[in-house]
Design a protein around this ligand. Structure first.
Ligand code: KIV
Ligand code: ZN
Length: 386
């Protein structure tokens, strides 16, 4: 089995569906270029039939993207697929992503249909997309809640029709990691021809399990992960790109890796946040502002002695200059001495003891003590600086 896990970025499609995150074509182009340079394998540029603006964005993105495949979403009908194909005509490596809901609840309530008709529509959609492009990805929407035997049947049929990638979305974020992993394994073991296609994980975060589910999918044979920068997406979001990349990189024993240049993760995250007007939560793994900040005395003392005591990732590897030692009322002498040294003042042990008491008075009044507080602390204790 191949060890490379492809990264399918859907920031500009599933991510952009978030209320308030709508991007104009210019912003989409800026992000598409950044995401391409980051090293993703596929960029899902939009859902072209959904609006003229989205169509235009996919056309323009197709013209500028140098490395990644450019993908356009469609439902399983000819008109959607025709429009998707038209929007991709300038792409160097075009992919059409088509599909249909396969769970009982989707078949009954969304389509008022039955299993045989769904298989028929799925096959016809893939066959139609194949007239335009070689690379056709099929999504079985709500696969997370689809019975495995029916899902396997759909997968087998669309492979016969020419699908090159099988997307198994946990659309509602329902599955447990073990369940999602078993679903992928079931397909690997029961779908004939599956060895010739790529299995893709597309997980939503309704229970906070999107990343875990994607990793379980990969451990069970999937070789593509669909994700977004900062994990943005419908409702609670999608699998977070930076988390998947760094999990695989930190666990090198798994022998699985992506093409991502992880040193660009932080700046890409900030650009997505800025253009989408969507702040990143401070405690977000990898790219949150607190991801490499230490504020309690015990942790600070450890990190100052050896960074690895409380950090599993070197911040430089994800494009953050260095870890930060944040001064609060929970900080100890080691942290204060460290920050004072950075400020240009080497305190003796006696001076540190004197200054520490003064520091705590200010720290109890403020959330955070910063360099701007140092001059008055030092002056009070008659310590010269600068
Ligand atoms: O979550 C989902 O099922 C999707 C599909 C359209 C791929 O986004
Ligand atoms: Zn989705």
């Amino acid at each position: 089995m191949k060890n490379q896990v492809k990264i399918f970025d859907t920031t500009l499609r599933d991510g952009e569906q978030v209320p308030g995150c709508k991007l104009d074509t210019k912003s989409k182009l800026i992000l598409a270029e950044k995401i391409d340079v980051l090293g993703v394998d596929i960029i899902e540029a939009g859902f072209p039939i959904s609006s003229p603006g989205d169509f235009k964005s996919v056309v323009e993105i197709s013209k500028i993207i140098k490395s990644a495949s450019v993908c356009a979403l469609s439902r399983a009908n000819e008109k959607d697929i025709d429009v998707a194909a038209e929007s991709l005509k300038h792409a160097k490596k075009p992919r059409i992503h088509t599909g249909i809901g396969t769970s009982e609840i989707h078949i009954k309530h969304k389509f008022n249909s039955n299993k045989d008709s769904i298989i028929d529509l799925a096959k016809r959609a893939v066959t139609h997309a194949k007239k335009y492009v070689e690379d056709v990805e099929f999504y079985a929407e709500d696969a997370g809640r689809t019975e495995n035997d029916f899902l396997a049947k759909v997968c087998e049929e669309v492979i016969k029709s020419g699908a090159t990638v099988l997307n198994i979305p946990d659309t509602t974020g329902y599955c447990l990691p073990i369940e999602y992993g078993e679903k992928i394994k079931y397909l690997v073991d029961n779908v004939s021809g599956i060895e010739n296609v790529t299995i893709s994980c597309h997980c939503h975060n309704d229970l906070g399990l999107a990343t875990a589910n994607s990793i379980y999918g990969v451990l069970n044979g999937a070789r593509q992960v669909e994700c977004t920068v900062n994990g943005i997406g419908e409702r609670a979001g999608n699998t977070s790109l930076e988390e998947v990349v760094m999990i695989l990189r930190q666990h090198s024993d798994l022998n699985l890796d992506t093409n991502i240049n992880s040193k660009l993760l932080n700046e890409t995250s900030q650009k997505v946040s800025e253009l989408m007007g969507m702040p990143v939560q401070p405690n977000k793994a990898i790219v949150g502002s607190n991801a490499f900040a230490h504020s309690s005395g015990i942790h600070q003392d450890g990190v100052i002695k050896k960074r690895e005591t409380y950090e599993i990732i070197d911040p430089i590897d994800v494009g953050v200059n260095k870890s930060s030692i944040v001064l609060t009322a929970r900080s100890g002498r080691a942290a204060l001495a460290y920050r004072m040294k950075e400020f240009g003042v080497n305190l003796t042990k006696k001076e540190l003891d004197d200054v520490y008491g003064e520091f705590l008075v200010i720290a109890d009044q403020k959330k955070e003590v910063t360099d701007t507080d140092f001059p008055s602390i030092l002056q009070k204790k008659n310590i010269s600086y600068g």
